[in-house]
Design a binder for this molecule. Structure first.
Ligand code: SF4
Length: 84
């Protein structure tokens, strides 16, 4: 799966949302209801690893799970938890 990391926080450019073929990138619907990080999330169950979203991100926030930089490894869980 692909993972959205720290550079997306409070930015949510959303270019990735438009190109995802399976529509699995979701914004935070209501920041007051979900006590999470204000960013976009990729549903790990739905992502087909096509990689189309990665180059669309203007701040390089999207990585293949295996390639997430060490300092952002927490975001693998942050993305997954949103969909539980
Ligand atoms: Fe969507 Fe493809 Fe990005 Fe997965 S890798 S989130 S399927 S655009």
């Amino acid at each position: 799966t692909y993972v959205i990391c720290e550079p997306c926080i409070d930015l949510k450019d959303s270019s990735c949302v438009d190109v995802c073929p399976v529509d699995c990138i979701h914004p935070l619907p209501d920041a007051d209801e979900f006590e999470g990080v204000n960013q976009l999330y990729i549903d790990p169950e739905e992502c087909i690893d096509c990689g189309v979203c990665e180059p669309e991100c203007p701040v390089e926030a999207i990585f293949m799970e295996e390639d997430v930089p060490e300092e952002w490894e927490d975001f693998i869980e942050i993305n997954a938890v949103y969909f539980e």
